[in-house]
Design a protein. Structure first.
Length: 415
C-alpha cells in the first residue's frame, strides 16, 4: 500500500528498519529472557538521530510529528516491542512539555530528549490510581521556591533508565481532581528513589519500576502550566500520545505475521506446506487485512494531528504563548476520540493477530525459543497502558455524545 510518504519519512523507516533487523533481532531473546534494558540499542537510535523525529528543530528535533514518531516505533516494534519502548516513553515524557511547557522549560528539557542524551518517562499511575487518575495520593506542597513531593508511583516504563520524568501530584487534596498538578522531576533529585522492579509478562526489555518520593524538593519552575491543571495536562498529552501505543501494537502485529509466514511456508504436514491449507490461508488473509486497516487509520489520524500541531507550534514561537494556549486561540479541535480509536483498534488488532500467529505456527509457536509467542506477550500491554481499552471506549462514546449534543444545538439554532 502506498501511503504517499515523503522522502524524509521513507529515510526514517530505512534507518529504523536497519537498526531493527541488524541490531535488535539478534539480541531480543536475550534481553527478554534476562529483562535487560537495551542500552546498546539506545546508542544506535541516538546515532541515527531518531529520538527527536517528532520535535521542532528549535529544540533539537528534526521537525516531524506524530507520523514520523509512529514510523520509528512501528519499525522497532516489528523486531521487539519491549526495546521500542525507550523511544515511545521518551516521547510520552516530552509531549506535555512541548504542549504545556513555557519556552524556558522546552529549551531546558526537550533538547536532551530530542537527542536521546537523556531518556524520559511519564509517571501517573499509583497503587490506588490506575485508570482513575483522579485518585492520585502523591502530594506536592509549595515551600518557598520549591515544591516538596511525597508519595509513590508505580508501573513506570523506562523506570530507572530515564533521567527526566513528567509527574502528577496533588497540590490541593481538598479540591480532588481539580487539585492535581503536573511537574517535571529529574533523576538524582534528593528524596527521589526507586523501589520495586516489576517482573512482567511482556515488554521485558524495558524496565518498569516503582518510584518513591520522600521530601523530594523540585524547583517551582518545574510546574507545568498552573496548579490544578494536572488532569488537563494528562488528558491533553494522551490526545497526542496514544497513537504511539497504536504504532507499537501495529509493529508487533506485523512482526508476528512476518515470522509466521516465514515459518509456515517451509513447515510441512501431510506432505504439504502448512501455508497451502485453505484454513491457514484464511487466517493469513484476516491477519494481513486487519494490519493494513489499522495502518491506514493510524497514518491518517497522525497526519491530521500533525497539520494542526505544526501550525500551533509555529504560531507559539511567534506569540510566546504555550502550544496549548495557542491551540485554544486557534479554535483547534481536540483529538480525544480519534486518539482513543487508533489506540483501541490497533491494540485489539495486535492481540488478535498475534494469537492467530501462535495458532498458525502450532506447537513451535508456543515455545520460548521461537519469536512468535513473545509478540503475543508483548501485544497484551498495548490494550492496557495509556488507558485500558475499556477506558478508550468510554472516551469515544463520551465524545460521540458531545458531538450529538452540539448537532442538536446547531439544528435548534437554525430552526
Amino acid at each position: 500500500m502506498d501511503y504517499q510518504l515523503t522522502e524524509d519519512q521513507r529515510t526514517i523507516i530505512e534507518l529504523a528498519r536497519e537498526i531493527a533487523q541488524k541490531k535488535i533481532v539478534k539480541v531480543r531473546e536475550e534481553y527478554d529472557e534476562k529483562e535487560k534494558f537495551p542500552w546498546d540499542i539506545v546508542e544506535e537510535i541516538r546515532k541515527a538521530d531518531l529520538f527527536g523525529v517528532y520535535l521542532p528543530e528549535e529544540y533539537g528535533g528534526t521537525g516531524g510529528g506524530n507520523l514520523e514518531l509512529g514510523l520509528v516505533v512501528e519499525e522497532l516494534s516489528r523486531a521487539c516491542g519491549g526495546i521500542s519502548l525507550c523511544v515511545a516513553t521518551s516521547a510520552l515524557c516530552a509531549f506535555p512539555i512541548l504542549i504545556f511547557g513555557n519556552e524556558a522549560q522546552k529549551k531546558k528539557w526537550l533538547t536532551d530528549l530530542a537527542s536521546g542524551k537523556r531518556l524520559g518517562a511519564f509517571t501517573i499511575t499509583e497503587p490506588e490510581a490506575g485508570s482513575d487518575a483522579t485518585s492520585t495520593k502523591t502530594t506536592a506542597r509549595l515551600e518557598g521556591n520549591h515544591y516538596v513531593i511525597d508519595g509513590t508511583k508505580n508501573f513506570c516504563s523506562s523506570g530507572e533508565a530515564a533521567q527526566i520524568y513528567t509527574l502528577f501530584a496533588s497540590t490541593n487534596p481538598r479540591r480532588g481532581p481539580r487539585g492535581i498538578s503536573a511537574f517535571v522531576v529529574e533523576k538524582g533529585t534528593p528524596g527521589f528513589s526507586f523501589g520495586k522492579k516489576e517482573k512482567k509478562m511482556g515488554i521485558r526489555a524495558n524496565s518498569t519500576y516503582e518510584l518513591i518520593f520522600h521530601n523530594c524538593k523540585v524547583p517551582k519552575e518545574n510546574l507545568l502550566g498552573q496548579e490544578g491543571a494536572g488532569l488537563l495536562v494528562a488528558q491533553g498529552t494522551f490526545d497526542y500520545s496514544r497513537p504511539g501505543v497504536a504504532s507499537q501494537a501495529l509493529g508487533i502485529a506485523q512482526g508476528a505475521l512476518d515470522e509466521t509466514l516465514s515459518y509456515i511456508r517451509i513447515r510441512k504436514q501431510f506432505n504439504q506446506t502448512i501455508i497451502s491449507f485453505q484454513a491457514i490461508q484464511h487466517m493469513m488473509a484476516d491477519c494481513a487485512t486487519q494490519i493494513e486497516a489499522a495502518r491506514a487509520l493510524l497514518y491518517s489520524v497522525c497526519r491530521a494531528m500533525d497539520r494542526q500541531l505544526h501550525a500551533a507550534v509555529q504560531e507559539s514561537a511567534k506569540n510566546k504563548k504555550t502550544v496549548h494556549e495557542t491551540l485554544r486561540a486557534m479554535g483547534a479541535s481536540r483529538w480525544t476520540k480519534e486518539s482513543a480509536m487508533v489506540k483501541l483498534f490497533c491494540s485489539d488488532m495486535a492481540m488478535r493477530v498475534t494469537t492467530d500467529c501462535v495458532q498458525m505456527c502450532g506447537g513451535i509457536g508456543f515455545m520460548r525459543d521461537f519469536p512468535v509467542e513473545k509478540y503475543m506477550r508483548d501485544a497484551k500491554i498495548t490494550q492496557i497502558y495509556e488507558g485500558t481499552n475499556q477506558i478508550q471506549r468510554n472516551e469515544i462514546a463520551m465524545m460521540l455524545i458531545k458531538e450529538l449534543a452540539q448537532q442538536g444545538r446547531r439544528a435548534a439554532a437554525a430552526a
